[in-house]
Design a binder for this molecule. Structure first.
Ligand code: ADP
Length: 208
C-alpha cells in the first residue's frame, strides 16, 4: 500500500500516521519529523530548513522533494509507505507522481483528514511534545505562527484535495473523534482503495 495522509496542521496526521502505518505494515514517513531530526542534529539540511520552519513557511520544493526521493529509495519503503506531510504543494505532488512512475508504481490512496479551523487552532495552541523528558511547545506552534501555517495550508496545500480527487485517489475522513474512531474510518477507506486497485485501477470513479 502506497498512501498519503493529507490534512491541515493539528488534524492529527502524525498520530494517525503511526497507527495506520503499523496496521498496514509499512513505514510512516513524515517530512516534518525528518526536518526536525536534521535541525536537532545540526545538519546542513536542518540549517536550511529551520529558517522556513520557524517562520511557519514551507521548505522550498527542491530541498523537500530530493529528501523524500532519497527516503523512498530506502529498502523498507519497497513494501509501501504512508507519507505524512508530503506532498504539500502541487509541484511536490507532480514530482512524487513522476518519481513513482519511474519505478513503475503509483499511489493507491490519499486520505484527507478533515477538521474545522476552530478545532485546529484549539488543538495546536495546547499541543506539547516530549523532548529530553520535558513537555515543550514546538517553536512553530506559537499562536502567530499557527495562524500563518493554517494560511499557508489553505493557499498551498488545500488545492491537493482537488488534485487527488481528479485522480480518483481521494478519501475524505472526518478527523473529529478518538484516535481509534478516526483510524477505523481511515482503515475502511484503505480497504475500499485496495478493492478498487484489485478491480483494476483507472476504471474506478473518483472517490469522495
Ligand atoms: P504540521 O503538519 O503540524 O504543520 P509538520 O511536522 O508536518 O507539521 O511540518 C512542520 C514544518 O516542516 C512545516 O511547517 C514546514 O516548514 C516543514 N515541512 C514539512 N513537510 C514539508 C513539505 N512537504 N514541504 C515543505 N515544507 C515542509
Amino acid at each position: 500500500m502506497r498512501a498519503v495522509l493529507l490534512g491541515p496542521p493539528g488534524a492529527g496526521k502524525g498520530t494517525q500516521a503511526q497507527v495506520i502505518a503499523a496496521q498496514l505494515g509499512v513505514p510512516a514517513i513524515s517530512t516534518g519529523d525528518i526536518f526536525r531530526a536534521n535541525v536537532s542534529g545540526q545538519t546542513e539540511l536542518g540549517r536550511q530548513a529551520k529558517v522556513y520552519m520557524d517562520a511557519g513557511d514551507l521548505v522550498p520544493d527542491e530541498i523537500t522533494v530530493a529528501m523524500v526521493k532519497d527516503r523512498l529509495a530506502e529498502p523498507d519503503a519497497k513494501v509501501g509507505f504512508l507519507l505524512d506531510g508530503f506532498p504539500r504543494t502541487i509541484t511536490q505532488a507532480e514530482q512524487l507522481r513522476s518519481s513513482l512512475a519511474e519505478l513503475g508504481s503509483g499511489l493507491d490512496c490519499v486520505l484527507e483528514l478533515v477538521v474545522d479551523e476552530e478545532e485546529l487552532v484549539r488543538r495546536l495552541s495546547g499541543r506539547r511534545m516530549l523532548v529530553d523528558g520535558e513537555w515543550v511547545q514546538r517553536d512553530d506552534d506559537k499562536p502567530e505562527t499557527v495562524r500563518h501555517r493554517l494560511h499557508v495550508y489553505q493557499e498551498q496545500t488545500a488545492p491537493l484535495s482537488g488534485f487527488y480527487e481528479q485522480e480518483g485517489l481521494l478519501a475524505r475522513i472526518d478527523a473529529i473523534g478518538t484516535v481509534e474512531e478516526v483510524s477505523a474510518r481511515a482503515q475502511a477507506a484503505l480497504r475500499q482503495a485496495e478493492k478498487r486497485d484489485s478491480a483494476g485501477q483507472g476504471d474506478a470513479p473518483p472517490a469522495g
